[in-house]
Structure formats: structure tokens, C-alpha cells
Ligand binder design. Structure first.
Ligand code: GDP
Ligand code: GDP
Ligand code: MG
Length: 311
């Protein structure tokens, strides 16, 4: 399957929910009326676009109807598509098809709560970078969970990259330190640090992540160059709250939204991109090693609106 087909397949549930509902909304109606706009508001909110972003989209569509005199209901889908695209555009940064790293090694710390897909994302990213010719080393700094090392090791094997680990319970910062040292010794291009995500001791987790960050900077001034926050698309608005907490603790530079294939609530991509003011960098559309894509606004909007049945 090609890149776009995979994206379309991954967004199928959201597309059916959002696009399908809007298509049914306008079907058989000639003009856009208040009731239609109210219903559109409900549809967007139920797709997890988020209240502030939904209201902004509605305001802009209402304004365009007044200013440009669009009344015909078949214009609604187009306007929605355009407004969604422009919302995604605001925080800029398009996903790159070929990565360029200024630092060597370029150090990436991956954070997020348990189960969102950090380890899986690291495996997929390692594969992606390696396919671009970069030498990658992964650090297993989730020393909290019993099976974490083994799981990361399996991913490192699949991606064909090296992994640095210590015993369970070891100091995560020490693993991070060792990983950068190993990267320097082997002239690696990219370092990725996996971290723990336990929620029940949130304060300790944030302190642990801050310490990892501090120690990385001590070992290699300027590191980490990226802090990627992983969010599960299915967790909805809750994910935005998580994002704010992580951002406050360690300064998130990019967001990865996983499991878009498993939810109809892909509107979270919009909410995250609009409300957090942190670029969405990658999206996960499946469990396989090829199922992570750099986020590109055009492709995303295209996949969200272009119905294979030609609706
Ligand atoms: P972590 O606790 O944050 O490290 O999460 P894991 O990487 O262990 O992933 C938790 C579960 O989510 C695993 O079963 C993964 O296969 C699954 N997962 C991760 N990303 C995706 C995705 O994009 N799509 C789907 N369907 N599953 C995913
Ligand atoms: P402090 O613990 O805040 O006083 O900061 P330190 O600079 O002493 O180091 C913090 C952590 O970084 C240590 O607990 C280690 O995990 C890690 N660290 C610092 N230096 C080294 C080193 O030379 N080797 C290894 N493996 N880890 C180190
Ligand atoms: Mg993990």
C-alpha cells in the first residue's frame, strides 16, 4: 500500500464519521441554515475537534457565508475543508519527507503516559531514519516497567538499530547518559530515548523526565534537540491536558498522534495543532513498522475528505 492509501485507510473511521455525517447533513438541502450550522457544530465536537477550534471554524464559515454570499449547501463541505486546512496551517511546520539534523548526534527524548505508543513509535521512527541512511541508537530509559527492555529490544531488532540498556530499576538518567556516550563513540546520527509513563506517581515521573533532560544536556550541551510527546488519538480531550503537563515539565517540541486507525475521533489532530501551539510531527496509523507517517497538512486534509466512494 502506498503512503497516501495507508493514510486514507488509517483515517477511514474519522472520515466516515466526519465527512459522512456532513454529507448526509447537506444531502437534499438547498441552502445553509442555522440548524445545519448547529448540527455541524455537534459533528465537529463529536469528532474531538474540541470546543474552541470548533467555534472558530463555525465563526469563520458564518462570516464567509455573510461576506461572500455562499448560501448553497453544496458549498459547506468545501468551506469546511478549507477552514480545517487553514487551522492546521497556523502552527506551520510540515512533516519532512527527508530529515535533516543539525546536531550530531541529534538527540530525541520521547515522552507520554503509559500505553500511548512511545516504544512502538520509537521503533517505527528508528526504521524511518535508518531507511534515510542515518545511524540510530535507542536508549531504554523506561527502567520502571518489567517488560519494557524486552519490548524495545524487539523493536530495535526489527529496525536494525542498536539499543543501550541497563537492568530494570536502574536510573533512567544514567541510561540516557550512556546512550549518548555510545552514540558519540560510534558516530551515530540520531539518539532516541524511550521513557516511562506511569501515571499514578505523576510528580515523580515529571521529576524523572526533568532529570533525564538535565543529564542529556550535561553530557551533550544542547541535548535533547527534540522532545516528542506521544498522544493516543482515542484519549480525546484528555490528551490535551496531558500535553500541557508534559510541556510545562520538559518543553515539548513536537507531537506524535498514534492510533488514528482505531478511532473516529481523529479531530484531535486539529485540536492539538490549534490549541497547544506545538506542531504535530508524526501520526500513527497502525501497529506495523511502516505505519508512522510524517504529518503533512495537505495529505491529511485530502485523506480526510476524499471519499473512495466518490460521495
Ligand atoms: P508505551 O507504553 O507508550 O510505550 O506504548 P507501546 O508502544 O507499548 O504501545 C501500546 C500499544 O499501542 C501497543 O499494543 C501498540 O501496538 C499500540 N499502538 C501504538 N501505536 C499504534 C498505532 O498507531 N495504531 C495502532 N492501532 N496501535 C498502536
Ligand atoms: P545530580 O544527581 O542532580 O547531582 O546530578 P549529576 O550530575 O551528579 O548526575 C545525575 C545523574 O546523571 C546520575 O545519577 C547518573 O544517572 C547520570 N550521570 C552523570 N554522570 C554520569 C556518568 O559519567 N556516567 C553515567 N553512566 N551516568 C552519569
Ligand atoms: Mg513503552
Amino acid at each position: 500500500m502506498g503512503f497516501l492509501d495507508k493514510l486514507k485507510a488509517g483515517l477511514a473511521k474519522t472520515r466516515e464519521s466526519l465527512f459522512g455525517k456532513v454529507a448526509r447533513l447537506v444531502a437534499g438541502k438547498k441552502t445553509i441554515d442555522h440548524e445545519m450550522l448547529d448540527r455541524l457544530e455537534e459533528i465537529l465536537i463529536s469528532s474531538d475537534v474540541g470546543v474552541p477550534t470548533t467555534l472558530e471554524i463555525l465563526d469563520r464559515i458564518t462570516m464567509r457565508i455573510q461576506e461572500e454570499g455562499f448560501e448553497s449547501s453544496d458549498r459547506l463541505m468545501d468551506m469546511l475543508k478549507q477552514e480545517i486546512a487553514s487551522m492546521l496551517h497556523v502552527n506551520g511546520e510540515e512533516g519532512l519527507s527527508q530529515h535533516k539534523f543539525e546536531a550530531k548526534p541529534h538527540v530525541v527524548m520521547v515522552v507520554g503516559v503509559n500505553g500511548v505508543g512511545k516504544t512502538t513509535t520509537i521503533g517505527k521512527l528508528a526504521h524511518l531514519y535508518r531507511c534515510e541512511g542515518y545511524r540510530v541508537i535507542i536508549g531504554a530509559a523506561d527502567t520502571f516497567r518489567a517488560a519494557a527492555n524486552e519490548q524495545l529490544e524487539i523493536w530495535a531488532g526489527r529496525a536494525g538499530v542498536e539499543i543501550i540498556r541497563q537492568a530494570q530499576g536502574a536510573d533512567p538518567a544514567s541510561v540516557a547518559f550512556d546512550t549518548v556516550s555510545a552514540a558519540a563513540a560510534r558516530s551515530a546520527d540520531v539518539v532516541m530515548i524511550d521513557t516511562a509513563g506511569r501515571l499514578h506517581t505523576k510528580v515523580n515521573l515529571m521529576e524523572e523526565l526533568k532529570k533525564i533532560k538535565r543529564v542529556l544536556d550535561k553530557r551533550l550541551p544542547g541535548a535533547p534537540h527534540d522532545v516528542l510527546l506521544v498522544l493516543d488519538a482515542g484519549t480525546g480531550q484528555n490528551g490535551l491536558q496531558q500535553a500541557r503537563q508534559f510541556h510545562e515539565a520538559v518543553g515539548v517540541t513536537g507531537i506524535v498522534i498514534t492510533k488514528l486507525d482505531g478511532t473516529a475521533k481523529g479531530g484531535i489532530v486539529l485540536a492539538a495543532s490549534r490549541e497547544l501551539n506545538i506542531p504535530v510531527r508524526y501520526i500513527g496509523v497502525g501497529e506495523g513498522i511502516d505505519d508512522l507517517q510524517p504529518f503533512r497538512r495537505r495529505d491529511f486534509v485530502h485523506a480526510l475528505f476524499n471519499n473512495p466512494n466518490g460521495l
